[in-house]
Design a protein around this ligand. Structure first.
Ligand SMILES: Nc1nc2c(ncn2[C@@H]2O[C@H](COP(=O)(O)OP(=O)(O)OP(=O)(O)O)[C@@H](O)[C@H]2O)c(=O)[nH]1
Ligand SMILES: [Mg+2]
Length: 678
């Protein structure tokens, strides 16, 4: 087969958790000769997953980057984490590649785990192929897998290989493009064999499926097929290349990364039918005729020694080490990356993905161009995923508290999907992210790299309180000590206000019984009290009217009237029938409609109220359920939602209103608050 000449190839390995992406990268590096010895994720010596956070979990927690040569072509592989909790990392990486390889296990029951990924690939028109991995252990036929994947893929899937089965196990494959048959050999080159009779009918059928899918996008092929003209190997290869470059079909390959089965064939396909940088750039609307160099940062690494490497996809032109970028920062070191290893480069051109040193101000997602030829407009990037899980954090050592916000700012350069918020109502410092594992990794990094150990808690619920009954209160503050005394006397009316009205203060004093200059002091006293009402929470939705009072020519002061105001509140409020208020959020869950009944049970099981559900726009087969739910029920909502939706369900939320909470649940809250105080 002739390799189509072209520039470098940039490829992302994506797919569900533990499908074998990092193992596939290791295998690719081994068969290409980039590494002499094959490591494994399990033994903790693979090129990918080399960070302490990944090694500890034997699982990907960020993008691993490896650039190597295969048959004279420069290939960069971005091995992406599979866990949904790191999807932001994966989506960001996908914005910078020419091709995604969806590595999956042939497991029909878990097809939905890929729903969101296929959606992203389809919506962003990212050319992609599928690699059915672990066929050494699978009894599922590739044709069945393709059928199942078709229910979640936006793009038609076409088989490129047919498995040669010996009983329940797979021994080799027939290549549908060349027509040749091969026998797999563990960690060796597959040997060419004669096509066994047992596969010829399946081969015929699969090849027809491949050609018919391609013919949907190519009139000349369609004409040939109608006239029973069989296209040549070169023609099929070219049809496939052209259709894949437009992201119109997704070819399916297979193998077993651990044994290097099918990996050489996959690499060859990446080079022969995989798009090079220019076709994806055109799909993105980048004008390739323009001369100005253009790139985008798709990932930021911070090494333990503090060095920052910005991973840049070069879309157009050439960048050199030392180039001053638009914005004034100079590239200080340019590298091709092989896991943790950095190899110095003098320059890099279109299609390549390289590390750029010490761009302190430039963040992930930024579009880059040289200062001499600024491009101005920004390239689109992956949207930020809404955070769904949080911890309240504080430094384990008091003296580290001052380092916290600086360390988190650095952490956010590497992982912008961690969000830090100070919650005024509860006085919590809250770390938000995509799930518990995501946040644990963030905490490990904060400790490992920045020396800040954090303790975690479930974030407090922002309870408030209000009153149900009006009360008129007269209170007098009087203190007689040597010299000056203190005197303030107030009559106030305390009244409940409608929900959401906040706080109102009025003054109806006539005749100067409380002199004008002391009135703001009374209001301040009232406000001071409202920070913590009779139940122990901030008070809302109340109006206070100062109706009358008394003063003393010598002993009255602002301070005395402020104290009197506060006193009147603390004496009056307990008589106003105080009631606890809990925050209610409006939440929108999106999940495949297969899971909608479970989603609704999840909502009602957590005191939620369904407001409605509808088909999710632009997402065939998905529903969106809108509901209200108390904040107190939401802390681990994502965990349960994911466990009932094969990991693909997610939600967005915002505060909606405060609602009275009474009965046993309120008693529990009050008891817990009291305990917290003691
Ligand atoms: N039987 C078999 N097991 C495999 C194969 N490829 C990978 N594995 C095993 O699958 C497990 C997960 O492999 P990884 O390469 O870490 O998977 P991953 O997709 O990178 O996982 P995440 O990064 O966590 O999403 C490991 O135990 C591998 O040894 C294969 O071809 N056959
Ligand atoms: Mg991995």
């Amino acid at each position: 087969m002739s390799d189509v000449a072209g520039g470098p190839r940039s490829v992302a390995l994506v797919g569900p958790y533990t499908s074998g992406k990092t193992t596939l990268l290791e295998s690719m590096l081994f068969v290409s000769g980039a590494i002499g010895r094959r490591g494994s994720v399990r033994d903790g010596n693979s090129v990918g997953d080399a960070s302490p956070e990944a090694r500890a979990r034997t699982s990907g927690v960020e993008v691993n980057t490896a650039t190597f040569d295969h048959g004279g072509t420069h290939v960069t592989i971005l091995d992406c984490p599979g866990s949904v909790e790191f999807s932001q990392e994966t989506f960001n990486a996908l914005m910078g590649v020419d091709l995604a390889i969806v590595v999956c296990e042939p497991d029909i029951d878990r097809i939905w785990t890929m729903g969101r990924l296929f959606k992203f690939l389809g919506q962003n028109k990212i050319p992609h192929a599928v690699f059915a991995n672990k066929i050494d252990e699978s009894t599922v036929r590739v044709a069945q897998l393709i059928e199942a994947l078709s229910t979640v893929s936006e793009t038609p899937l076409v088989p490129c290989q047919v498995a040669i089965r010996e009983g329940d196990s797979v021994g080799g494959y027939v290549d549908l493009i060349t027509g040749n048959a091969y026998q797999y050999a563990d960690n060796q080159v597959s040997g060419k064999i004669g096509t066994p009779d047992s596969v010829s009918s399946r081969q015929e059928e699969a090849r027809t499926q491949l050609l018919e899918s391609l013919a949907d996008f190519d009139d000349s092929l369609l004409e040939n097929l109608l006239e029973d003209k069989i296209p040549s190997e070169e023609e099929v290869s070219e049809f496939l290349r052209a259709t894949l470059a437009e992201a119109n079909v997704a070819p399916v390959f297979m193998g077993a990364a651990e044994k290097d089965w099918g990996v050489r064939r996959l690499l060859q396909a990446i080079i022969s039918i995989g798009p090079d940088g220019s076709s994806v750039a055109r799909l993105k609307g980048i004008d390739m005729a323009a001369a100005e160099p253009l790139g985008q940062i798709i990932k930021t690494y911070i090494s333990p020694h503090g060095g920052k490497i910005s991973l840049a996809r070069i879309w157009r032109g050439e960048f050199a080490d030392g180039t001053v970028l638009d914005g004034g920062e100079r590239i200080a070191g340019m590298f091709s990356l092989l896991g943790q290893q950095q190899n110095k480069l003098a320059k890099a051109g279109a299609g390549e993905i390289v590390g750029l040193g010490r761009l302190s101000e430039i963040t992930t997602g930024a579009t880059i161009s040289p200062q001499d030829t600024p491009v101005g407009e920004a390239l689109p990037f992956a949207p930020e995923l809404p955070p769904v899980y949080s911890f309240a954090v504080h430094a384990s050592k008091r003296e580290d508290e001052v380092k916290l916000s600086g360390a988190i700012a650095k952490l956010r350069q590497e992982d912008p999907s961690v969000v830090f918020k100070l919650v005024k109502d509860t006085n919590d410092s809250v770390l938000w992210g995509q799930g518990e594992m995501h946040l644990r990794v963030a905490l490990d990094r904060l400790k490992e790299k920045y020396g800040v150990g954090l303790a975690t808690e479930i974030p407090k619920v922002a309870y408030k309180e209000a009153i149900r009954k009006p009360v008129s209160q007269h209170s007098r503050f009087k203190k007689q000590s040597g010299g000056h005394g203190q005197f303030g006397d107030v009559h106030i009316d305390i009244k409940p206000l409608p929900r959401g009205a906040g706080f109102e203060f009025e003054n109806t004093v006539v005749g100067g019984s409380v002199p004008k200059q002391y009135i703001p002091a009374v209001q301040n006293g009232v406000l001071e009290y409202l920070i913590k009402g009779p139940l122990g929470f901030p008070v809302v939705d109340v109006s206070v009217t100062l109706t009358d009072g008394k003063h003393h020519a010598v002993d009255s002061s602002e301070q005395a009237f402020k104290t009197a105001g506060r006193m009147a509140m603390s004496e009056g409020m307990p008589k106003c029938s105080p009631v606890l208020l809990e925050p209610i959020y409006e939440v929108k869950i999106s999940a495949p409609s297969d899971f909608t009944p479970n989603v609704q049970r999840l909502i009602t099981g957590r005191r939620g109220q369904v407001l409605g559900f509808s088909a999710k726009e632009g997402w065939t087969g998905w529903d969106e359920t809108t509901f209200q739910m108390p904040q107190a029920e939401m802390h681990d909502l994502i965990i349960e939602l994911r466990s009932l939706s094969l990991g693909v369900g997610s939600f967005e939320f915002e505060f909606d209103h405060l609602q009275e909470l009474t009965g046993r649940l309120a008693d529990d809250v009050l008891a817990a608050a009291k305990e917290g105080e003691e």
